[in-house]
Ligand binder design. Structure first.
Ligand SMILES: [Zn+2]
Length: 272
């Protein structure tokens, strides 16, 4: 599969500066499309600008979602996930999201994977048996997605909310290599941003404000955002008194939702 000759030639094309023969290293392709609006008798051509494949290839070298994964985490895939009656619906949605990722990147679709203990106690009462909100495999599911993106060489960043804020704070130290502006720009613009355990930070105005600006920019720029959370949408404003309502409405307007409640799977040594 890894034909080394063809792989090497691909690599040298993409890294040399006058590089990509398809787009002359501009990263975009100017093409023409035939269109025929309804009620108009003759088809005609319009110029369109499309992203060249080398655009994402170059970004992938900077942004590989699994870069910080342990060797074990790199093995978490949809193929070896434990999928059963209690989570097959949820996995179907996650797998479809990955399959349709190119379309989602055009539309700026988001995915919100959540399990909320308050919801769980309501649903458990309704159903007459006990479900769990924690340990149901939200992180595991998102790691499977990250591995799938990495395998397909699709640029993405995977962070916990904690390390996201840590990255920003580190720029306040003297001698920091990157500025806050640079870090924020990376989080505003990366094609796919995956935030694990969002809304868990001990919130201060500062953190709320940063989180809001990241999500707000990503919505405006049509960038895919994937999150895991212990909060149903209706409870976000309890966590974030200043911006929670605005953040929840952005997530609601932009996201496919996956609710993960069910048996605690941590006994299977699979998840956190
Ligand atoms: Zn190109």
């Amino acid at each position: 599969m890894e034909g080394s000759a063809s792989k090497n030639s691909e690599r040298s094309q993409a890294t040399s500066n006058d590089g990509c023969p398809k787009c002359s290293y501009t990263g975009t392709l100017n093409t023409f499309k035939w269109v025929q609006p309804e009620g108009y008798p003759i088809p005609y051509q319009v110029a369109t600008v499309e992203l060249c494949d080398c655009h994402y290839e170059r970004q992938f070298r900077k942004y590989n979602a699994t870069e910080t994964f342990t060797p074990k985490e790199k093995e978490y895939t949809f193929k070896n996930a434990i999928i059963d009656d209690s989570n097959i619906e949820q996995y179907t949605v996650a797998i479809d999201f990955v399959k349709n990722i190119k379309q989602h990147m055009e539309d700026g679709m988001w995915l919100y994977i959540f399990g909320d203990e308050i919801r769980v106690s309501e649903v458990s009462k309704e159903k007459g048996f006990t479900l769990e909100a924690y340990g149901t495999g939200k992180t595991f599911m998102m790691q499977c997605m990250a591995n799938a993106f990495s395998h397909r060489r699709i640029p993405a960043i995977y962070v916990t909310e904690e390390s996201l804020f840590g990255d920003i704070k580190a720029t306040y130290d003297k001698g920091s290599e990157e500025s806050e502006h640079e870090i924020l720009n990376r989080y505003y613009n990366v094609p796919i941003l995956m935030i694990d355990d969002i809304f868990t930070a001990p919130y201060k105005e500062w953190a709320e404000g940063k989180l809001f600006s990241i999500l707000d920019e990503r919505q405006k720029k049509n960038k895919v955002t994937i999150m895991t959370s212990n909060y149903a949408l209706g409870r976000i404003s309890q966590r974030l008194p200043l911006n929670g309502g605005k953040i929840a409405s952005r997530i609601k307007g932009q996201s496919i939702l996956i609710e993960m409640i069910g048996p605690d799977r941590r006994e299977n040594k699979r998840t956190a």
